[in-house]
Every structure is written in structure tokens, then in C-alpha cells.
Design a protein. Sequence first.
Length: 500
Amino acid sequence: MTAASQTMTEVDVVVLGAGISGVSMAYHLKTKCPDKTFVVLESRGEIGGTWSLFNYPGIRSDSDMHTFGFGWKPWNRTSVISPGSDIMAYLREAVAEQELDQYIHMGKHVATAAFDSSADRWTLTTRDGTQYACKWLHMATGYYRYDEGYTPEFDGVERFKGEIMHPQKWSDKVEYEGKRIVVIGSGATAVTLVPSLVEGGAEHVTMLQRSPGYYFSLPGKGDIIDHAINKVLPERLSHWVVRMKYIAFQQAQFMFAKALPKVTKWIFAAQTNLLTPKGFDTATHFTPRYNVWDERVCVVPDADFFRALEGTDEAKGTKRRAAVVTDHIDTFTEKGIMLKSGRELEADLIVTATGLNLLHNFPCNAMEITVDGVQYDAPQAMVHRGVQVSDVPNLSFTVGYANASWTLRADIISSYVCRLLGHMDSKGYTRCVPERGDAKPEDASFLGLQSGYLRRAAGRMPGQTRTGEWAMEQSLTKDLLRLKLKRNSALFESCALKFT
């Protein structure tokens, strides 16, 4: 038996994951629950989560950094849509400034978590045999698998003589300068890759999509209103005002899209027609079959994706080296991809930007979790307030927004969990469990979207209702009213939570 397998660390709270959600929870535990002992267990070798994992060209935020940054650490850089390297630097600063690194244990991949009702305690065992005991377990591991992305089964892949790469596995060893590249997909990753690969020296880049998505261009370094606010107001106040402006914009555009879908589609189409080269077939390539925000909208900073498309760039006097093809894949060939239309796309490198794989057993992934020896099974559970799962005591999780910045909800949930822990202490409770009772799942999509990666995992996720305490609604306003502004008596005593 190794020395590691003999150790046991006992704390009040264990947080799994040191990405944005884990850092947020660590900050709130330190500042809101100073009497609590806690550790953050990170399976990888550095903090950052998504922003440490993904290293493909152009990786950047998919929402503005004024709201993607923490409420307790203002974003003070000039960029609004920022590269992954800036986000990693920001996270390191946040950890250092708040002295959170002392709580983070790297390289600790938890294999099992067992709850014992006789002691109201979790026992966690890592792959290296280290054990942790805690009264509360918080999952800050997101909702998708880190070990692999989603790649459909394409016919004839073995015939292709070039290189095939999923963005989740991208490394500095990938050479693409001077190569013909096909990027399969039309989501945020694909739209980020195309202009970045062109800028990085690819001979030609083709984005191959089965069907179009929605893209909207925003200024990468803020608009004139941002600049005016920053010029007139003191720094701290200007940060707050600009942040509130972006929060208001996010909420307003989402509600507008849901209330007036036809008008919203027209606005998106008008901007797309304005930004694409003259004569570009926007009807085929940029007219989705669904409404805005039925699936996620991709932000395009400074129209870089549109500017990369084929045609003459009058500003630079050069020919753009990117194209969009809307078709279905028939088979891979030695030279590239044969489409259903009979057209062949020749390539040296094929990038499968085809999406994410959601966690096997949300929110636990490959970790085996038991309550008094009974194994947790996600499809048999229900989500409570988008924070806990039914019939699992003393466990919470963070999932952010899909229609706004992830961090907004991460901070709300962190604050909520700290309030819950404080409430339990004040009442002398040692256990909190959402009891499902007669609640039944309804046909409500996870994260409120119909994206492919969510549809693929629908049968593997906990159930939820469309509204009420068993719903995980994607609404900042409702979360503020429901999780942050309510008094403790209304928040914790008049609901499905059972305390003992």
C-alpha cells in the first residue's frame, strides 16, 4: 500500500474542479464561510478548466468579458471578446490575489464518492489512493467530458491520407501553414477556427456544415458607449456600469428573440448580408431552419469570420482564403471528403469541430457515486433549482448559462450554496437533501437549447420540469429572484429540501 493510499484529509467542503466555477466557489467559501475548511481538487495539472484544456488556434471567449469575468474581480483589459491566453492570465490573477492557491490540490482525479448517512459524511477516493472526507461535496466540473469530444462515425475515414484532428485534442504539434483545411461544423469552435487558420497561413480553409447557424458580430474591444463610460467615470464605477450594460443587453436580446422571433431573424439576416462579400449566397449558408436562441448564437468579434470568406478584401487588396459549403458528407476519400452532391473537397487536414460529449452520469461524469451503498443514476434523478439533484444528500453542482455568460450563474450558485451552508449551521442541521416526492420530469431541454450535443445526451441527464423548483431555467432574472434575493425562511424552508 502506498503512502498516498493511507492518507485521509478531512474538511467541511470539497470542491471538484478548478475552472471558473471552482474558483468562484473557492472565493465565496473563503469570504462568505470563513469558518469552513475546504479544498479544491483538480484532476489536471493547472487551473482554468475549459481555458486550459482547449488550445486550438483562436480560442476565445464566446461572450463579453465584462460579464464573463467575476463580479468580485472586474475585467480591466481593453478586449471585450478575449483570447484564451488572456482568460487564463485573468484566472491566475484572481487565484493569486485572493490567495486561493493554498486550497487547490492538483492532479487529484476522484474515482469514487460515497455518502454515509450514519455520519452525514462523504468519503472521496482519488485514482492515486488519496482519500478526502467532507460534510458537503460541490461539483464544479461543468457538463461535458474532458477526455474526448464528439466525432460522428464517418464512412471511409481510414482511406484519408491526411491528418484528422478534433479541436479538443489540438496541440502545438499540429502543422497547418500552407495546407488545405476542411473544418467540419458550424458552431463557435468552427467559426473561431476559420479566420484564425487563415491568419495563421493556411492555404485555404473550408467550413463544411450540414445546416447553418446564427452568427452575430460585436466589437472586439467594446463600443463607443463603453469608451465614453470609461473616460467619464472613475475606474471602479465605470467597470460596474459597463458590466450592467452588458448584462442588460444579454437579457434584452434573448427576451426579444423569444418574443419576436421573425423580427430577430430579420435583424440577424440584415447584418449577415451587410458583412458578407457581394453576391455571397447567404440564403443557403446563413439562413437557419430554427429561430434565434433555439440553439446557441455564435459571437463573431469584429466580423473576422465574415471578413475571411472568399472574395476581394478591398481594405487589404488581397483575396480571402476561406469558404463555406453547406452539404452532407457521403464518404471520406484519399484526398478529402466526397459530398452527397458529388463534389469532392480536397484537404491536407480535416478538423472535426463536431461538438462536445456530455458527462456520462451528470454531474458526476466517470466518478462512481453512492449513497449508503446505492449507486447514483442520473436519468432516475431530477434537478432541484439547477443546483442539486434529488435524493442525493449534501451535494451541489454548478452549471452556468448558455444564453448569457457562464460566470454570472456560477457566482449566483456559489453564493446560494454558502447561504445554504450557513442556514444549516444556524439550525444545527447536518444533512440537506431535495426530496422528489411526486414531482415528475417534463419535456424540458437541458440548458433550454436544442443543440445537437444536448439532444444526443437527453436520455442520460437528470429530469426536470419546465418551471418551478424542479426546473433549471436559463434566466438570470429568475435566478436572482429565486436564489439570491429571497430571505432564508422562504428560500430553504418552503420547498422540497429536507433538513435533518
